[in-house]
Design a protein. Structure first.
Length: 305
């Protein structure tokens, strides 16, 4: 039996908020990324890397991942979609310092399982425990959209899913707008919750970063729709994402008071009560408890930024 290499401690994937893209071929971006409070630094081998630089990029992954992990970040790698590029990307990316691979243009659950078989072999060769490398699925075309629920539940390696707005819009010949992207994103949240994985994203384009107020509005809306995290294409998006996906102390304190009032009335034999002019029953209390529990988990998270 091969020696199982100890991997670097990773934070709870369910507590990820900001996932910042870092082009693998740009040293300046690699260094500047470590000055940002992102939960995850995502080494990109896909869209931000020119075709002639693909081999160079994948050859740099392990060194960059080691540097990011040593600085206390969780690390993911976005690989390429065509099999002839995906295979060497995977072989160069699997390692103790990489928590997950992000898979672009996932068409169906079978594709995810094929990737899983390759990861089994790579992890065994690296001396890693089988299952060490998790998967983030990107749904970016009509086929993936039709198979979204199955993709989310494709296997235990799948930890999160996101809708890729620009590629989906191009494939479906639609605009990148809140009207066109609302339904795919709502479907993504439902599929993720059903499968017990993390819904990543927001309704809109990740490339729109110049208007900070507008971006904050989108992230606030995303939190209300049930998303837990977002990809960041630019460093200035990180702080906004972290703030909006973190439970607010005032909301937590209000939730605690609501729970206390409900428990007080429950002891008197009541199944519902009124708190701050709002009717409170069990579903409302469950939401309040979820908020309090999430806040407590963030407070206990080691090395949080």
């Amino acid at each position: 039996m091969p020696f199982k290499q100890a991997s670097v401690p990773m934070s709870d994937i369910n507590l990820w908020r900001s996932i910042l893209f870092v082009p693998a071929v740009n040293d300046r971006y690699v260094e500047s990324a470590m000055r940002r409070p992102a939960d995850v630094l995502q080494i990109d081998l896909e869209d931000s890397v020119a075709p002639d630089d693909k081999a160079l990029a994948r050859g740099r992954v392990r060194g960059i991942a080691r540097k990011f992990a040593a600085a206390g970040y969780d690390v993911t790698v976005r690989i390429n979609r065509p099999w002839r590029m995906a295979l060497p990307d995977i072989e160069q990316s699997v390692g103790a310092d990489v928590a997950a691979l992000t898979l672009p243009k996932v068409p169906d659950a079978a594709y995810v399982r094929y990737i899983g078989e390759i990861l089994d072999e790579c992890e065994a060769e690296q001396g890693l425990a089988i299952g060490h490398t998790r998967l983030i699925a990107m749904v970016e075309d009509a086929e993936g959209l039709a198979n979204m629920a199955q993709i989310a539940a494709a296997g235990p390696r799948v930890c999160a899913m996101i809708v890729g707005a620009e590629d989906l819009a191009a494939n479906m010949r639609m605009a990148v707008s809140e009207d066109t992207l609302y339904i795919p994103n709502a479907m993504a949240v439902a599929s993720c919750r059903r499968a017990g994985i993390v819904p990543i994203g927001f309704v809109g384009s990740v490339a729109d970063f110049n208007d900070a107020d507008e971006f904050r509005r989108k992230i606030t809306r995303a939190r209300g729709l049930g998303f837990d995290a977002a990809f960041c294409i630019h460093p200035r998006q990180v702080e906004i994402v972290n703030e909006e996906f973190s439970p607010k102390l005032a909301d937590v304190e209000n939730a605690r008071l609501l729970i206390a009032e409900f428990e007080k009335q429950k002891a008197l034999g009541k199944a519902a009560c009124t708190y701050n002019g709002r009717m409170v029953d069990l579903p409302v209390v469950l939401q309040a408890r979820q908020l309090v529990e999430r806040y407590a988990a963030y407070q206990q998270r080691p090395g949080s930024r």
